[in-house]
Design a protein around this ligand. Sequence first.
Ligand SMILES: [Fe+2]
Ligand SMILES: [Fe+2]
Length: 323
Amino acid sequence: MAIQLTERATGLDEYSASLQAAGLDAPWTRPGPLIQEKASKVEAHAWRWAQIEPLVRQSPEFMTPGRGAERRIVRLDNPGVPERTSTHTISTAVQYLLSGEVAPAHRHTPNAVRFMLHGEGAYTTVEGEKCVMRRGDVLLTPSMTWHDHGNEGREPVMWTDGLDSPVVRYLENLYMETYPAERQPVGGQAPRRVFFPWADAYAALLERARGQGDPFDDVIVEYLDPVTGRSILPTLGCYLQMLRPGVKTRAHRETSSAVYHVVEGRGASVIDGVRYDWGPGDFLAVPPRALHAHAAEGGAPAILFSFQDVPLLTGLGLYRMEG
Ligand SMILES: [Fe+2]
Ligand SMILES: [Fe+2]
């Protein structure tokens, strides 16, 4: 009981009722400290490519991308997040477009970033700048930039989307507009750099691998805006990481959350004492403040791509890491 009763405490119920009637609240009328800790409900969770892929490939039987649904996506639903996103701050999905299909132009308040998974012929036009997306390429559609996607190849294409929509929803600014036509005219230029090719990121990773690894992440590079030198989005950082054979990263906790995608290789992560084995295509969510460590297995390096809300936590002065 945190309340220190005074001799007038017998009148507390009446006083509390008067407060409530006046639209006021005195937290000291309830037991416990003023700032009560809130445990995260976000769960460590693995999504298996062997389950994701057939279900994504089946989805065209049920819908075509067009106005209304807008995108043919399958979201990675964390059982601990009521809004069915991957962590409390990161929404992750796998998007699928058949040959010739277009996901119509729109813009919205959430920032989005895409990591290309499979297929040739995918493109995204951002504010009139058409970017062809190949395996491993990263593409941004910053908040309120017009964007449409299409597939000009012969085979279906697939990528993963990461959005900060849970944060924007919490801030009560979730909003979307549709473009008057299905596609924007091509020939414009995005207001900032939005396309980050795989070859550049992978070369930077290999370069970093020649030095000493980081004890917590082994070899890791962050995608940065070349003009500002900052994370590519204010809310979401994107990272490419290599776990070299024989390296076990040191267990650590971060105040941020993360969604990992296994680009290649096999390995395991231990999150709060539970082991998650993973292989190509799998996704893994790491909740805030969960103790986590990773290691590749099978004698080959593992390559991981991740979305992490580190820039958001850093901007708020709340990013902490404990080894
Ligand atoms: Fe969008
Ligand atoms: Fe970490």
